[in-house]
Design a protein around this ligand. Structure first.
Ligand SMILES: [Zn+2]
Ligand SMILES: [Zn+2]
Length: 263
């Protein structure tokens, strides 16, 4: 009997410790389910997200490098020099094609990380959230109320297959939703895949893109004032090529909204 004593108390001890660890596990699970987004991490700093933080942690959301004036009057890109009202890419052109634009973030630091997550992190829904934030910057423009239709810069089919989604589609959907405008997914099509623009000279970039885009159905754009959406603006040549295709098809004006832009 004596021998049973220690094992009994040992069992009790185990039971109580099990229920205690079970209780702790329960509390942890409860906190995880109520406080944190399941499997949600901030796409910029990778911190686990609280439920109150949808898509980005509070800190990163507050510290995104937003573009404040001065910005190019044609493409919306941030300007490094004060006193100018257009960028080095739009300035020399006789016809800048673009009627105005908004760039939401500087393409540096967390702005760059955010675009990278949007493109390669399999986070298309992050795109709609960003689109809704971009809409706030669009609403500040005097041309915002003229807009009639939202269109996205298309990806070539090959790239679309590789990535599974066109990040600009999701930006455009978020913008259209927040601006209460129609969004047509295939307004523009990419006629051929163009090599990456990085590393090419200005002239090479322009030749590289010439004729790369066309309008699917002219009746969708004829006479319309369009908001053209893309993820990044470096030289603006993609936006201009798309705007040219839209205008050839009869669009009245083309304004742009871009997630991030380099100076
Ligand atoms: Zn963060
Ligand atoms: Zn510009």
């Amino acid at each position: 009997m004596n021998g049973a004593q220690p094992s009994n108390s040992g069992l009790k001890c185990m039971e109580s410790s099990m229920s205690e660890s079970g209780f702790r596990a329960g509390v942890k699970a409860f906190l995880r389910e109520t406080l944190f987004l399941p499997n949600g991490v901030c796409p910029v700093c990778k911190k686990v997200l609280f439920r109150t933080e949808s898509y980005l942690c509070e800190r990163c959301a507050q510290s995104l490098p937003r573009v404040i004036m001065p910005a190019c009057k044609y493409c919306g890109k941030p300007l490094s020099e004060k006193g100018m009202d257009f960028c080095g890419d739009c300035g020399p052109l006789r016809d800048p094609v673009l009627d105005g634009g908004v760039v939401w973030l500087h393409y540096i630091g967390s702005g760059q990380k955010l675009v990278h997550s949007l493109k390669f992190g399999h986070l298309p829904q992050l795109g709609s959230w960003i689109g809704r934030q971009m809409a706030e910057a669009v609403k500040e423009k005097d041309w915002a109320e003229k807009l009639e239709l939202v269109a996205a810069v298309p990806l070539h089919e090959k790239r679309l297959e590789e990535r599974g989604y066109n990040q600009s589609d999701y930006l455009a959907a978020g913008l259209a939703d927040a601006l209460n405008l129609p969004y047509k997914r295939e307004v523009l099509k990419r006629l051929y895949d163009t090599p990456h623009q990085i590393g090419l000279s200005r002239e090479e970039r322009l030749v590289n893109l010439t004729g790369a885009f066309a309008v699917s159905q002219e009746k969708n754009v004829a006479g319309k004032t369009i908001l053209l959406v893309d993820d990044v603006n470096t030289t603006g040549s993609t936006l201009r090529e798309c705007a040219q295709a839209l205008k050839r098809a009869g669009a009245r004006a083309v304004y742009t909204a871009v997630c991030a832009g380099a100076q």
